[in-house]
Write a protein that binds this ligand. Structure first.
Ligand SMILES: [Zn+2]
Length: 165
């Protein structure tokens, strides 16, 4: 194993330790790197990686809970769905027809514009799944930007809807 490989392995390990420690204590300790990592040449790729990660930890420590977006706590599959729903870069017909011109009609089979909001809030084709997912009426803002449980619910709904989001 080359020195570079050992370094990047060590960095990965230390990042994990930092993250698990910070999750446990809700603190973001500045990592103390091992001797090998300290030896990384100033200005080298690995050295820059360490600096970037330290900056990330410091910035995160300064943020209040409200500034943190629980989106980052989701599984990657859920993140992809959420991001598409938030940005409107979705596969449903409205975007496909108006922006990408890939399908002839922007309409949902129910006759309305098939936007992310339509699917999440209104489409009668998904009302059964919507009611089991959200037994109480929930605002679109909460579905897309709420706490982790809300975001997970939204992603689950989108994935279970059978639509290609
Ligand atoms: Zn519809």
């Amino acid at each position: 194993m080359s020195f570079r490989q050992i370094l990047s392995k060590t960095i990965k390990k230390e990042k994990k330790l930092c993250v698990s420690a910070s999750n446990k204590n809700n603190l973001y300790p500045i990592p103390t790197y091992s001797k090998q990592v300290k030896q990384a040449r100033v200005g080298s790729k690995i050295h820059n990686q360490i600096l970037l990660f330290q900056t990330h930890l410091i910035k995160n420590k300064r943020k209040t809970r409200a500034e943190k977006d629980d989106y980052h706590l989701l599984q990657s599959e859920e993140q992809v769905v959420l991001l598409r729903l938030r940005t409107g870069h979705t596969r449903p017909n409205h975007h496909m027809a108006t922006k990408l011109k890939l399908v002839p009609s922007p309409l949902c089979p129910c006759g309305k514009n098939q936007t992310a909001e339509h699917i999440l809030q209104a489409c009668p084709y998904h009302s059964a799944l919507r009611d089991t997912t959200w037994p109480e009426e929930t605002a679109l803002q909460k579905k897309l930007y709420g706490p982790k449980e809300e975001l997970e619910r939204t992603a689950r709904f989108a994935l279970q809807s059978g639509l290609t989001i």
